[in-house]
Ligand binder design. Structure first.
Ligand code: C2E
Ligand code: CA
Ligand code: CA
Length: 430
């Protein structure tokens, strides 16, 4: 598939997301990745006033300036009509990212000249850093776009995303690791629950349990920050065990109108191949299992790469009556030859496809393919990240079974979710 923009020869939005994912996968522990989003102000007016030919020249001009700012390992892409992105791997600190933004703005001060046209090209730049602001490509992009919107709103020419409490700088990571080691004992972890709704009859069929960490100094630390840290440092094992027990204990208290409630716990790939994962699951079930619950674990495609050991563990887990869901499906590692051996009963379509379902035909095609693939193998399909009715209607038409997303509810603390379950679908009072 062609991932280049024909006007500028730069990577297009999809190519850009690939490049960003590659940069994040190769991140150097000592450095950050900077992402700058550059938007030409009033580009539409330029097109209207001078025609698309001149508009294209302006885009090529800006592409040239962005390339001038880029260093050897930096990457430039055109990610929207008048929107460019610069990926700056190996930033030592935010200051270097700011320097790049300033340099580009300085280059833009010279007017653009084409035939007898002379134009000033004011632009606005938003920036974000990985891992400080986000650790996933689409989230990092969202943070940089937020920064851009804030810069516009505040009348600044550039700004960086606001600091996420707890996300800290790299020198902070060590400190955070120590705090994380004690998070369970200090009672700083909690589980939130996000409902899953069956499209056909709008019944709530399950919840996904999502971990939250509220640190005494840092406040809420986003899971995208602390989960990867927990995985790197090995704390994730204890945290997963704690999550399984907590989730079964909390959810077994709930009243649920539509039969046994499916409850999903995320299990990272490192644990899937571990010999004692089935025992962990079994112990939790013995302590807190209940007939009113249908436990499920969510694993990612990456888990399936670790081979036969993982498969054996998954079969043992399924024999305990725990279903397996493959999370973030479609984001990379699928091996179709291997896929049919996995004792899974559900596929979750990654929210990066779902959120672009209505605007990007490739995402729509991939979503349809995943739904067909899943059904062919007898699996249910859950779409996550559903934020609006139109997306839900489209998924319904495509035969998707279950949806999860802000359209119905955000992840909530246990008591709030229990109340939500009580009121959802009940006739309005009065
Ligand atoms: P995930 O497993 O893919 O979880 C879904 C994420 O999508 C959650 O983010 C959820 O809040 C978010 N989400 C749900 N609906 C929407 C929507 O409509 N719009 C948008 N924009 N987002 C939506 P969250 O809770 O921040 O978790 C992020 C990731 O952290 C999870 O991605 C998962 O990989 C990891 N994680 C969270 N809790 C746990 C846990 O208990 N254990 C493990 N191992 N990983 C966890
Ligand atoms: Ca999940
Ligand atoms: Ca997911």
């Amino acid at each position: 598939m062609d991932l280049f923009d024909p006007v500028t020869g730069l990577s297009d939005r999809r190519g850009f997301l690939d490049l960003l994912a590659q940069a994040i996968a190769a991140i150097d522990e000592q450095a950050s990745i900077g992402l700058l989003i550059v938007d030409i102000d009033r580009f539409t007016q330029i097109n209207v006033a001078y025609g698309y030919g001149v508009g294209d020249e302006v885009l090529r001009h800006l592409a040239g300036l962005a390339r001038e700012v880029a260093r050897a390992n930096d990457r430039v892409a055109r990610i929207g009509d008048n929107r460019f992105a610069l990926i700056l791997p190996r930033l030592k600190n935010r200051g270097h990212g700011e320097l790049a933004a300033q340099k580009l703005l300085r280059l833009l001060e010279a007017p653009f000249e084409h035939e007898d046209i002379r134009l000033r090209l004011p632009a606005t730049i938003g920036g974000a850093l990985c891992p400080q602001h986000a650790a996933h490509p689409t989230d990092l992009l969202a943070k940089a776009e937020l920064a851009l919107a804030m810069a516009r709103h505040e009348g600044q020419r550039y700004r960086f995303a606001p600091d996420t409490p707890g996300a800290g700088t790299l020198s902070d990571q060590w400190d955070m690791e120590l705090e994380l080691a004690n998070a369970i004992d200090r009672g700083e972890l909690s589980m939130y629950y996000q409902p899953q709704v069956r499209i056909a009859d709008r019944h709530v069929v399950g919840v996904e349990a999502l971990m939250r960490w509220k640190n005494r100094h840092r406040g809420m630390v986003p899971p995208d920050v602390f989960i990867p840290l927990a995985e790197r440092t090995g704390h994730i094992r204890k945290m997963t065990l704690w999550a399984m027990n907590t989730v079964l204990r909390q959810c077994s208290q709930w009243q649920h109108r539509w039969g046994a409630l499916s409850v999903s716990v995320n299990v990272p790939s490192e644990l899937v191949a571990h010999n004692d994962l089935p025992e962990m699951v079994q112990n939790a079930l013995q302590l807190f299992g209940s007939d009113s619950l249908r436990p499920m674990i969510e694993i990612t495609e990456r888990s399936l790469m670790v081979g036969d050991r993982a498969l054996t563990q998954l079969h043992r887990i399924r024999d305990l009556g725990v279903r397996v869901s493959i999370d973030d499906f479609g984001t990379g590692y699928s091996c179709l030859a291997y896929f049919h051996k996995v004792p899974a009963s559900e596929l979750k379509i990654d929210k990066s496809f779902v959120s672009r379902l209505l605007t990007d035909t490739a995402s729509a095609d991939i979503t349809m393919l995943i739904i067909d693939l899943a059904h062919r193998f007898g699996l249910d399909v859950v779409a996550e990240g559903v934020e609006d009715q139109a997306t839900m209607d489209k998924l319904h038409g495509a035969g998707c079974d279950v949806v999860q997303g802000y359209f119905f509810a955000k992840p909530m603390p246990a008591e709030e979710c229990e109340r939500w379950l009580q009121s959802f679908g009940a006739p309005a009072a009065g």
